[in-house]
Design a protein. Structure first.
Length: 471
């Protein structure tokens, strides 16, 4: 494995999650160990204290009833019975003078001065844990004062307790090692499964650079978060694919629509350079260049307006607008144009107020674009009708014509930038009017749709939210 791959492996989220799982198992295991260990240690200490108290009480009872001789004899029997290296007995005066003991040879380092004897009241009990020089095991000792003032001491080694605790530590150390290995393995499996969906998304993202935009990430059962990520990624891919396709179409259409005016401008320029025309002809050619330039400027300005409107940069001057007035003004404006083409221009507007909250100039431009298209593509003797009504909380404006209609395969693209049906290529225009209308309507939280029957005409429907719903 190369050093680069090693470095990338140590930076992977899978490894980090694996280490987190292993660490979590280790911390939890250590916490359990500490709780059990200290609980076990306390229980062992409590058990030792109970045994010592039981022995001291028994010795005190024997001492009270049978005296010193019987107690000393019992010291020897009990010590040899339990093991002289495991337990010892001692009878002391209140000042610490030894009156008698069991076999103390294994307890050579233990001195009476190490134990409390002077401050005890009758019946008092003190427990002490004492270290004996040269012995790693400590001693637990009970000191109990009798009724006549003497002191009984009983001690036991804590070696058995220490051995049990040591065995527990060794066993738990082995168990913790196994737990860490299992935790790491389980963590690796879970992390690998959790990251498999992310890796699929990553692989898909890397393939986008190879123009594989139709690729989609399969949505499986790998968890809600991964499925949501896959769906969001697929939606993003769909949008990117659509934008790339639209960009290609726009580029093709721009190339087509710009070629003609630029070619004409170049032709005029070449004629000017090579010919010897009079001042009048030069003026005509200059006017033609200005006209073509105006077309280009208009096209560029419209493209910028569409882009700004789509991106939300355009600021709308929102005020209550009466759609009835908008339609009446538009009809008055386009009536002469319709009459020149021998068209009937009719309006059908509701008598009730039809108020929307919008930018008056932008809405006027939408209606004007639709009317201009309808009149432009409707043959002589045809009819164009504009109607408006209130539908629930929306104002619905319809522009209908009896033109040639739009082919079914062109309908999905009719609002695309620079898109023009084949039949309309010869008609003046830049193919941006409907794109601008769509952008402006969407900026007003509205919608625009089209239905068409080839040979019978088209209907464009604009829906805008009413400022005040009709009562």
């Amino acid at each position: 494995m190369s050093s680069k791959k090693k470095n990338s492996f140590f930076k992977t989220l899978t490894l980090r999650l694996t280490l987190w799982y292993a660490g979590l198992f280790g911390v939890l295991g250590l916490a359990v160990f500490l709780v059990v260990y200290f609980s076990l240690s306390a229980n062992l200490k409590e058990r030792s204290d109970k045994q010592l108290l039981h022995l001291a009480t028994a010795v005190e009872s024997l001492y009270d009833t049978h005296g010193t001789r019987a107690v000393l004899a019992e010291f020897q029997r009990e010590a040899h019975s339990r093991g002289i290296g495991r337990v010892f007995f001692r009878l002391l005066t209140p000042r610490g003078t030894t009156l008698g003991t069991s076999d103390m040879s294994p307890w050579g380092g233990l001195k009476a001065g190490d134990l409390p004897t002077l401050k005890l009241t009758a019946g008092g009990v003190v427990f002490r844990t004492i270290s004996i020089p040269g012995d790693q095991n400590k001693v637990r000792v009970i000191t109990k004062r009798t009724a006549n003032g003497n002191v009984i001491q009983v001690g036991t080694t804590l070696g058995d307790n220490n051995l049990l605790l040591e065995k527990y530590r060794e066993t738990f150390g082995t168990a913790l090692s196994i737990l860490l290995i299992c935790g790491g393995f389980v963590g690796w499996l879970m992390a690998r499964r959790a990251m498999s969906g992310v890796q699929r998304v990553s692989r898909a993202a890397s393939r986008i650079g190879k123009n594989d935009l139709d690729l989609r990430v399969a949505v499986g059962n790998e968890g809600q978060e991964i499925d949501d990520l896959a769906r969001a990624f697929n939606e993003m891919l769909a949008r990117i694919e659509k934008l790339v396709r639209e960009l290609k179409d726009v580029s093709d259409n721009i190339a087509h629509d710009l070629r003609s005016p630029i070619t004409r401008i170049r032709g005029i320029a070449e004629t000017t350079l090579t010919g010897k025309q009079g001042i009048g002809e030069y003026q005509e050619m200059a006017a033609a260049v200005v006209g073509e330039s105006d077309r280009l400027v208009e096209m560029i300005n419209t493209m910028l307006e569409i882009a700004q409107t789509d991106s939300g940069v355009t600021e709308l001057s929102l005020k209550p607008v009466d759609m009835r007035q908008i339609i009446d003004d538009a009809a008055d404006l386009f009536l002469p144009l319709a009459e020149d083409k021998d068209l009937d221009l009719e309006t059908s507007v509701t008598s009730a107020p039809l108020i929307v909250l919008g930018d008056r100039a932008k809405i006027q431009r939408v209606i004007a674009n639709l009317l201009d298209n309808a009149i432009k593509f409707t043959p002589a003797g045809g009819k164009v009708m504009v109607s408006a009504r209130a539908d629930d909380a929306k104002a619905t404006i319809m522009v209908e014509d009896t033109g040639p209609g739009i082919p079914a395969h062109d309908l999905p693209h009719i609002f695309g930038r620079f898109y023009r049906c084949d039949k309309s290529r010869s008609t003046p225009g830049n193919g941006l009017g409907l794109s601008l209308a769509l952008a402006l309507v969407h900026a007003h939280n509205g919608d625009i749709t089209v239905t068409s029957s080839p040979g019978r005409g088209s209907t464009f429907t604009v829906s805008l939210p009413l400022d005040t719903p009709p009562s």
